[in-house]
Design a protein. Structure first.
Length: 228
């Protein structure tokens, strides 16, 4: 039996949220341990008993915020580079680069003033409501205001890398861990070129046309053992 070569593509924004809620809901795990747990989850997609080999695991994320900004309500300066979240995410990326076969591919964050938002009545709002006079500034709690940057360049890198791996015949089985229908063109091309395209939507409903252009759904999220 000829061996199948597997390439795994991980949409970190999608994967991390679901995976960490399953294995570390209280966020007590150190980055090195979380990185190992993530890696062991990913390689479950490689069936060595049935002749499969791992080519590489591509992990797509953005570096954490390191800028300084003024709080839109209190006007106090915030140094995001010193935040616990920034340190944790930096350490996690570093730990992942030390896992076998993992390549971290980074986009960037959009950090304009328009990215500030606030939580009110358990819902996230942007500051347009405040500008339009729909919300009284007195009703906004400063500790519920945060910068919510958007990822840029991640989806494009992921789609291009799938295309490159398939066209160069580096792998003939593609695992995509995401729920984003923007990857339909990459899925179509992979299948046209003869590769098997498997989607791991982490147990979530597949949106858009992506379900029509895959060879199967497979997830192991229900088999993950939470940290004790």
């Amino acid at each position: 039996m000829s061996r199948r070569t597997v390439a795994i593509f991980v949409d970190a924004g999608f994967f991390n949220r679901i995976f960490t809620s399953a294995v570390d809901p209280e966020m007590k795990m150190v980055p090195e341990d979380l990185a190992k747990k993530m890696w062991h989850y990913w390689i479950k997609h490689v069936d060595r008993k049935n002749g499969e080999d791992l080519y590489r695991i591509y992990y797509y994320d953005c570096p954490p915020l390191t800028l300084k900004a003024h709080h839109p309500i209190t006007n106090k300066q915030i140094d995001f580079s010193k935040s616990d979240i920034t340190k944790y995410k930096t350490d996690l990326h570093e730990a992942l680069t030390h896992q076998p076969y993992v390549a971290c591919r980074m986009g960037h964050l959009s950090t304009s003033d328009k990215e500030w938002g606030f939580i009110r009545k358990d819902k996230v709002h942007n500051f347009n409501k405040l500008i339009r006079g729909e919300v009284d500034p007195k009703d906004i709690e400063p500790n519920k205001v945060s910068l919510r940057p958007r990822q840029k360049g991640v989806d494009m890198k992921l789609g291009i890398d799938i295309t490159s791996v398939v066209l160069k015949k580096l792998a003939n089985k593609i695992i995509l861990i995401s729920g984003d229908s923007d990857f339909v063109p990459a899925a179509k091309l992979a299948r046209i070129e003869g590769a098997h395209f498997i989607l791991d939507a982490m147990g979530r409903k597949v949106k858009g046309d992506l379900a029509e252009h895959i060879d199967g759904l497979k997830t192991f999220i229900y088999q993950v053992t939470p940290q004790k």
